[in-house]
Design a binder for this molecule. Structure first.
Ligand code: AP5
Ligand code: MG
Length: 214
């Protein structure tokens, strides 16, 4: 089963993708994570995207489509979870072509609906593990008291450079202008399932399970 998690910054795409990886053996493809990796390792592409990401703008379609193309050649386990991709209509069309090239289909698009006020609260309290990328939150999912990541034991706490008020405003604007049209696009294709992304992480998980299996 190949699925897209679609939603604004802070909707919980990464959090729920990690849960699906654990529960179902699926493979998470997060273009945001791939771009941050390129940035941290100082590749030429990483240097090109660093300023764009820090501002909260979208990286060019060519770059992210190239990243996804490379990954689609690998084994997906129980299927791919596209997290933060596609984000434009051009990316959505490219994904359809890429999947069809490898004889695969897109089974569901889960739209996670969360209001702006909750998004800001979530993002400003977020941290991630420097060892494995596990997502934490100062309020709703704090680090274990021993300071070690529950997943990998690392003690490195990271905060994203685009998790500040100005970049977040721009990320939200980009979402509403360029990504939200995908809701209509996938509705028309019959693959869209919208869920309420507010509430406890486990409640959202149950709604996604219902949407995928129901
Ligand atoms: P990306 O990394 O994809 O960031 P984003 O879309 O802004 O989304 P986030 O990762 O911020 O949020 P999330 O939905 O994953 O939420 P999370 O689970 O962490 O992209 C970053 C940048 O890269 C873009 O701005 C762009 O520049 C570039 N980029 C990436 N992909 C691109 C593409 N395809 N095209 C062009 N450019 C691209 O949760 C957030 C917080 O909330 C966490 O602390 C979490 O613990 C907490 N939380 C989660 N669920 C709940 C819950 N139910 N209740 C309470 N708290 C919760
Ligand atoms: Mg994310």
């Amino acid at each position: 089963m190949n699925i897209i998690l679609l939603g604004p910054p802070g909707a919980g795409k990464g959090t729920q993708a990690q849960i699906l990886v654990e529960a179902r053996g699926m493979t998470q493809l997060s273009t945001g994570d791939m771009l941050r990796e390129a940035k941290d390792s100082g590749t030429e592409m990483g240097q090109i995207v660093a300023d764009v990401m820090a501002r909260g703008d979208l990286v060019t379609d060519d770059i992210v489509i190239g990243l996804i193309r490379e990954k689609l050649a690998s084994d997906s386990g129980a299927g791919f979870i596209f997290d933060g991709f596609p984000r434009t209509l051009a990316q959505a069309d490219a994904l359809a072509d890429l999947l069809s090239d490898v004889g695969q289909t897109l089974d569901a698009v889960i739209e996670m609906r969360v209001d702006d006020e909750a998004l800001v609260k979530r993002i400003t309290a977020r941290s991630t593990c420097g060892g494995c990328g596990a997502v934490y939150n100062d309020i709703t999912k704090p680090w274990p008291e021993d300071g070690k990541c529950a997943n990998c034991g690392s003690t490195e706490v990271k905060r994203r450079s685009d998790d500040n008020e100005d970049s977040l405003k721009q990320r939200l604007m980009e979402y509403y202008k360029k990504t939200s049209p995908l809701i209509g696009y996938y509705h028309a294709k019959g693959t869209l399932k919208s869920i309420d992304g507010l509430g406890e992480i486990d409640e959202v998980k149950a709604r996604i399970t219902g949407a995928l299996d129901g």
